[in-house]
Design a protein. Structure first.
Length: 226
């Protein structure tokens, strides 16, 4: 056990940060956490427009590369990051919090669902589809499912990297350059499109209020070594 065992840094980036720069910083922090040289980290930030491809990205789903395209080591397919979207990178030690990646992702989904509820958005998990979903009204009062948050993580030496993105008030047309997460049949939406609070400060406060419950769901040293 290190001197940082009971600490998690909470960092909010004050300005947009290029994706490649953030990735390098996150990788360095993960190495430091693995070495016991730094505390775990929750890092909230915003990127300039960029498309990123995960380990399952299909080139056919990159429809219009109007923004820089960066291949990354997280799980998942193509996604978009840009202004008005809250990005959260988590550098957590699953050696301490449970070596169970599926449980970690499930708990992360639960945290975002709880935070969105705090700003009046009823979000949910969808079987077979990683991410955060909600209902949007359609013609004739018929609602349809749309994605409001994406999750893509990587685990190295049981240290987590990457994390989540939640659409607060991005330009939703920017998602048109890709098939978001490989799910062409589903739309994307945002807090702003739903008429809900869409500023970072409000959502960050909701994340902070619901964070302790998220940590509590991570069960400590686990049995799943896969």
């Amino acid at each position: 056990m290190t001197a940082f065992a009971n600490e998690v840094d909470w960092r909010i980036e004050p300005a947009q940060l290029p994706y490649a720069e953030a990735l390098a910083t996150m990788e360095a922090r993960a190495a430091a956490v693995a070495a016991g040289a730094a505390p775990e980290l929750v890092w909230l930030l915003e990127h300039p427009p960029v498309y990123t491809g995960g380990t399952s990205a299909d080139p056919a789903e990159l429809l219009d590369p109007r923004f820089p395209v960066i291949q990354t080591g997280r799980g998942g397919r193509y996604t978009y990051h840009g202004p008005g979207q809250r990005i959260g990178y988590l550098v957590l030690d699953l050696n301490r919090r449970g070596r169970d990646v599926r449980h970690f992702v499930h708990s992360l989904e639960g945290w975002l669902i709880a935070a969105l509820a705090e700003i009046g958005i009823a979000a949910f998990r969808a079987p077979g589809r990683v991410g955060i979903w909600t209902l949007v009204p359609g013609p004739g009062g018929v609602s349809s499912e749309a994605k409001i948050g994406a999750i893509g993580v990587r685990v190295r030496r049981w240290i987590t990297l990457h994390g989540f993105s939640v659409n607060l008030a991005p330009d939703l047309s920017h998602f048109g350059g890709i098939v978001p997460c490989g799910l062409a049949e589903y739309a994307v939406t945002s807090a702003a499109a739903l008429g809900k609070p869409a500023d970072f400060a409000t959502f960050d406060a909701a994340l902070a209020r619901t964070f302790p419950a998220f940590l509590a769901t991570l069960s400590g040293p686990g049995q799943n070594e896969a």
